[in-house]
Design a protein around this ligand. Sequence first.
Ligand code: ADP
Length: 161
Amino acid sequence: MQALYPGSFDPLTLGHLDVIERGSNLFQGLTVAVLRNPSKNPCFSVEQRLEQIRQATRHLAKVQVAAFDGLTVDFAQRCGAGVILRGLRALSDFEYELQIAHTNKSLAPQLETLFLATATTHSFLSSSVVKEVARFGGSVGHMVPTGVAEDLARLFNQSFP
Ligand code: ADP
């Protein structure tokens, strides 16, 4: 079965990457899909985010990377995915994720949503925390793949160690 891991990935963190690696072991193929969502005012362009994900998942043969707009369930159908993969960090994620999962189920009953619990080492990680730390010059090397750390340093005009 094919699976779809949709998200903003602005930027990709090691928490996302952990879900991608574990997810790709569970399915025949996994499409990581960046949502084109102009209302979110992202730090990185969709093209930059695609490149960050491509670079970080080069070692994963079953992973494909794509961008999409519109409904996730429609894109899942176009990819031939039977499962939407999402990550859960803490109780605070649960309500929002459950609402999306129920909405998607009501739109596409044949499509399942599967949640992977985050690795405990990554449970504190979010794209916004990473951006906040990087903006004020903190080290993010343990939070994001190397390519992303370089992009963040460039974005906030800092030298990369
Ligand atoms: P969205 O805007 O769709 O929430 P995100 O890029 O923030 O996009 O997150 C995509 C998915 O990855 C969500 O299911 C989110 O809960 C999950 N996720 C985010 N950070 C982590 C992490 N550190 N560990 C595991 N899953 C995570």
